[in-house]
Design a protein around this ligand. Structure first.
Ligand SMILES: C[S@@+](CC[C@H](N)C(=O)[O-])C[C@H]1O[C@@H](n2cnc3c(N)ncnc32)[C@H](O)[C@@H]1O
Length: 354
């Protein structure tokens, strides 16, 4: 492609994001799921103005998200189908996140982050993304739905990739609606598990898809991982550390370590900056972390340094056939005796508090 054309389409990419985001918000793909519809019916069902909806659909048809038949009926293309709410790994919640002016505005403030190192969202809105979401139920719901949709695409592969033999209890720390925990419990019937998150994200119960066996071994708890997390043989931290600065990551790892028996494991599930085939996705996600929560994507060496700072060691990296790997952290040998004492004291405190 002509370099000018190639760059022009990158520069104007935000128009494409905005158009797809509006289609997602209006639920156009869901409406077309049952079959093609003419413009007038789409306008009526989405509560939009026919002429402007036509202008939007012209763009989305040219992009290949929808097709327009000879009689003027619109239909989903394979791209449009991925915006349906009920497909595994639906991208509708991701597209809807750009309907939130706070998110859109933070990306518009990227230059400030690059100049100063500040988190754009906080600099612009005066609060961090978690506080903002706690006070904005719609944005919170879309964010949690997006995490569930993204994680549903890889949960089974992650659950299958790790051998949980010898471990009995697992906590999905910052586990959102618990889709990964459900996959782990389904794949490993000897485990019981708890999903732990902020009150705004903790689910009321397992999902409708969970089997009776999974539901019987499933529980949920709310709190902050900067204070305490439930005790378990294994703590999962999926796409949690990338939200935070090194200093905050070390605090989270410390909290988990205190609630871990000396032979327990912390499984950090993340993308790696250096992993072949994922470079652009990881680099863009890194900017997303800079702009929104104030975290960063990391290399395996950087994760190893975080573990060392928290009295842990990187035991091994387990590959998965998805964009994430599993970094297994264990209590460092030199710290095992001290860790055992801390764990027992914490455990006694918990029993006494009950
Ligand atoms: C990027 S999401 C990852 C969710 C889930 N692990 C997944 O991969 O689908 C980060 C999660 O951390 C949670 N979180 C943020 N701050 C927290 C805190 N202080 N204590 C517990 N959870 C927190 C958020 O509510 C959110 O569910």
């Amino acid at each position: 492609m002509d370099p000018r054309e190639e760059l022009r389409s990158m520069v104007t990419g935000l128009r494409v994001s905005a158009a797809i985001s509006v289609a997602a918000e209006l639920g156009i793909s869901d409406l077309l799921r049952a079959g093609p519809l003419p413009l007038a019916a789409l306008a009526q069902r989405t509560g939009t103005e026919k002429d402007t909806l036509n202008r939007l659909m012209r763009v989305l048809t040219a992009l290949g998200v929808y097709t327009e038949g000879p009689a003027g009926h619109f239909a989903n293309s394979p791209l449009g189908e991925v915006l349906c709410s009920d497909v595994t790994g639906s991208l509708r919640p991701l597209a809807r996140t750009f309907q939130d002016p706070a998110t859109w505005g933070a990306w518009g403030h990227l230059l400030h982050s690059v100049r100063t190192g500040d988190t754009a969202f906080e600099a612009l809105h005066g609060e961090d993304v978690w506080t903002y979401r706690a006070g904005h139920p719609q944005a919170n719901e879309v964010f949690n739905a997006n995490m569930t949709a993204l994680t549903s695409r890889m949960a089974q592969a992650v659950a299958s990739a790790y051998d949980f033999t010898g471990l009995n209890t697992v906590v999905d720390v910052g586990g959102g609606h618990g889709i990964l925990l459900e996959a782990v419990l389904a794949r490993h019937p000897h485990l019981t598990g708890t999903v732990f998150d902020l009150p705004q994200a903790t689910p009321q119960g397992p999902s409708e898809e969970a089997s009776d066996s999974v539901a019987a071994r499933w529980s949920a708890a709310s709190g902050s991982f900067f204070e305490a997390v439930p005790t378990a043989d294994a703590h999962l931290l999926k796409k949690v550390l990338h939200d935070w600065s090194d200093e905050r990551c070390i605090q989270i790892l410390h909290t988990c370590r205190r609630a871990l028996p000396p032979d327990g494991v912390i499984l950090v599930i993340e993308t790696l900056l250096e992993r072949p085939g994922h470079a652009l996705d990881a680099a863009l996600s890194d900017l997303n972390m800079l702009v929104l929560p104030g975290g960063r994507e990391r290399t395996s060496d950087e994760f190893a340094s975080l573990f060392t700072a928290a009295g842990l060691r990187l035991a091994r990296i387990v590959e998965t056939p998805t964009e994430v790997v599993i970094l297994e952290a264990r209590v460092d040998a030199s710290q095992r005796a001290a860790a055992a004492t801390v764990f027992l004291t914490e455990h006694e405190d918990r029993v006494n508090r009950r």
